[in-house]
Design a protein around this ligand. Structure first.
Ligand code: SF4
Length: 368
């Protein structure tokens, strides 16, 4: 990562520290910026009269805000870098610090993908999938990356990005319109702060007028979630490298086949560990309790397990047959192979118990 081309917007933080005369603040940075954290601590301590303690535990999102335990240490303010505010209250005053990257990639490498995907969306617009006729067809539809798609009303291009590239969206909107695409920057729900923003657990800006997507960002974490959630084709343009590619539907179908296998494997399970995340933006207590009641209704046992971090070494040894995860949804999707026992999402448990039907298609576990 070229840090010289990142803008760390520290001015507001400095001003807030000075005007409140804070004496101890906590700095929380994403994993990719941890190497630079000490330099940032030096800058803040030199320019203000505060001391800075680094919240050095892993941090993967704004769901994971430093919460009240740091009050006991005397921390007055949390400076959270690289993620945007969510609809959660951590119990601590928090200053969100934007980080933006100045890369401005050429549009041309991604245009062939966008043209292909628009053609797919047009074909879909004209061919609404029929209802599956039997269980086998419903199960095949379940594993089809795009077959479950709800009817489209249009074939617009949805323009989205990860947080450090969102400032590019208005300019890219105009460039894409000049390239004769009908573009929309989707507005999501309360968990998202900006138009076009996506999180690994929230794609709430999707709507039936969007036929395909362009993602400005790097890595495949957000693209995998978006295609699993929507079943719509997605092209990716990386502002760091200027390279373009598509999220392969075969890859999504491999994930769906794996999810299908996990659902089948827990159908005979009798006891489940139900994971509840302790992080403020991952805690879904009501959902966990609903899973426990649902298991009881089917004569099965559910044990509620609360954890700050989830990992195989922390849960595999419990004498249960399988786990249902209500913490970060991506733990079950992205890390399933690391666990000895099946680790499934709440929706997948509902399908395994027959509470939801295969023919409804795969539903991504979104945190609203
Ligand atoms: S995907 Fe997981 S880590 Fe990222 S914001 Fe959502 S809950 Fe947090």
């Amino acid at each position: 990562m070229d840090l010289d081309r990142h803008d760390f917007e520290l001015d507001e933080l400095m001003e807030r520290i000075r005007s409140n005369d804070h004496r101890l603040i906590a700095l929380q940075v994403p994993e990719g910026l941890k190497m630079q954290a000490l330099e940032m601590m030096d800058t803040i301590e030199t320019e203000t009269s505060t001391h800075v303690v680094l919240a050095a535990d892993p941090c993967y999102g704004a769901c994971d805000l430093v919460h009240d335990k740091m009050k006991m240490m005397g921390v007055e303010l949390v400076a959270h870098m690289g993620h945007s505010q969510m609809n959660i209250d951590s119990g601590m005053p928090t200053q969100f610090i934007n980080v933006t990257y100045d890369g401005d990639p050429e549009l041309s490498p991604v245009l062939p993908w966008l043209e292909q995907h628009r053609a797919m969306a047009m074909e879909r617009l004209n061919n609404t999938p029929s209802q599956p006729v039997d269980e086998t067809e419903a199960q095949e539809r379940f594993m089809d990356a795009v077959g479950r798609l709800a009817p489209l009303t249009d074939t617009k291009l949805g323009l989205v990005g990860s947080i450090q590239h969102l400032h590019l969206l208005p300019e890219f909107h105009d460039r894409l319109e000049q390239a004769r695409f009908d573009v929309t920057i989707p507005l999501g729900g309360a968990r998202l702060s900006f138009p076009g923003q996506v999180l690994g657990c929230n794609y709430s800006g999707d709507n039936p007028s969007i036929g395909h997507y362009l993602f400005l960002g790097s890595g495949d974490f957000h693209p995998i979630g978006l295609v699993l959630h929507t079943g719509k084709p997605l092209a990716m343009l990386d502002p760091y490298t200027g390279e373009a590619e598509e999220m392969s539907l075969q890859r999504i179908e491999r994930i769906l086949r794996q999810r299908f296998g996990l659902i089948m494997s827990v159908q005979e399970a009798d006891s489940f560990g139900i994971l509840i995340g302790e992080k403020p933006g991952q805690m879904r207590r009501t959902l966990a309790l609903r899973m426990k009641r649902m298991l009881a209704k089917h004569g099965k046992k559910g044990y509620l397990l609360a954890l700050e971090h989830v990992g195989p070494e922390l849960i595999d040894f419990y004498p249960v047959d399988a786990f249902v995860n209500t913490a970060c949804p991506r733990i079950a999707i992205d890390d399933a192979v690391k666990y000895r026992k099946p680790l499934i999402t709440p929706f997948e448990l509902e399908v395994a118990l027959g509470e939801k039907q295969w023919e409804t298609g795969y539903q991504f576990d979104e945190i609203p």
